[in-house]
Design a protein around this ligand. Structure first.
Ligand SMILES: C[S@@+](CC[C@H](N)C(=O)[O-])C[C@H]1O[C@@H](n2cnc3c(N)ncnc32)[C@H](O)[C@@H]1O
Length: 279
């Protein structure tokens, strides 16, 4: 348990001592349980670090306890979204684990025809744009590879849609790629939209019913999301991906994602590269 003095207008103007607001961290547990049920994200290991950020979040939203925060999150969709935006980790960059991206594009090239790829989650979109750039470099015609990026974090999706990135996010790209796919504006890199036809983004929770209503995909990329899930939610996640993949479709996961054993997929390893093929 810890105590926090809420800043309030009355407190600064009246002579009476400010009221003590109590944030009892035992009251956090139902909230963390709800967040896991809603998004899969298991915040329990981060509880200590998270507490301070949540108190600040409450202060900024005039919420006086973790119980009240929980009630608001359940009842108010906008508040729930702000909370999800606060607790999700959106770290990503262009050409991350390029070996997987290249292998996926090479496979699509081999098969020929049109293809649909899902990046779930895409965070601020670098994975989606990277796949699109690799497809262009491999000679795919515009719109022959459609890539949808989804993420539960609405701010990340807004950034993806805006398509303006920092030098740091592009650190793996050479001058040819930067010059072909971006315009440098005020020290940042804005995508050249005409180079990214067939790319789309959507705010979507993979546990939402609407997720399963997406059209089937040839490839799903799901990298660095399941690391935040426990085994039960990892299992649920791969079952959902299985439903959304076409027969023989491929699932690429991050090295740290540790997919549980499942009869739904066959794991294929080729040197440093591995992926899951839908059974
Ligand atoms: C570290 S980023 C990974 C981005 C990218 N795939 C990469 O590897 O660079 C993890 C993302 O998972 C998203 N996320 C967590 N739970 C989610 C859920 N239930 N549905 C959709 N996205 C989720 C977070 O919002 C965050 O943007």
């Amino acid at each position: 348990m810890f105590f926090f003095r809420k800043k309030s207008k009355e407190a600064s103007t009246s002579a009476a001592p400010p009221a003590k607001i109590v944030f009892d961290d035992r009251n956090l547990d139902p909230l963390l349980h709800y967040v896991e049920h809603y998004s899969g994200v298991n915040l329990a290991p981060k509880k200590e670090v998270l507490k301070q950020r949540l108190v600040l979040f409450c202060e900024n939203n005039d919420i006086v306890s973790f119980d009240a925060l929980f009630a608001r999150i359940k009842a108010d969709e906008a508040m729930r979204q702000s909370f999800i935006n606060l607790i999700t980790v959106n770290e990503t960059y262009f050409y991350r684990e390029t070996i997987q991206l290249e292998a996926a594009v090479a496979w699509l090239k081999e098969r020929g025809g049109k293809a649909r790829v899902l990046s779930a989650p895409c965070a601020s979109g670098e994975e989606v744009y990277s796949l699109s750039m690799l497809a262009s470099e491999a000679g795919f015609a515009p719109f022959s590879v459609n890539i949808l990026g989804i993420d539960i974090n609405s701010e990340a999706i807004q950034k993806a849609q805006k398509g303006v990135f920092s030098e740091r996010s592009l650190h793996r790209l050479d001058e040819h790629l930067k010059g072909t796919y971006f315009m440098k504006i005020a020290g940042e890199y804005a995508i050249v939209r005409s180079r990214f036809l067939g790319v789309d983004f959507q705010v979507l929770n993979i546990f939402d019913d609407a997720f399963l209503r997406l059209e089937p995909f040839d490839i799903i990329f799901s990298r660095n999301m399941m690391i935040y899930f426990d085994d039960v939610f990892k299992q649920k996640t791969i079952e959902r991906f299985h439903k959304l993949l076409k027969n023989g479709g491929r699932l690429y996961t991050g090295h740290a994602d540790l997919v549980p054993n499942t009869p739904l997929f066959t794991k294929v390893t080729q040197g440093r590269l591995s992926y899951y093929e839908k059974v």
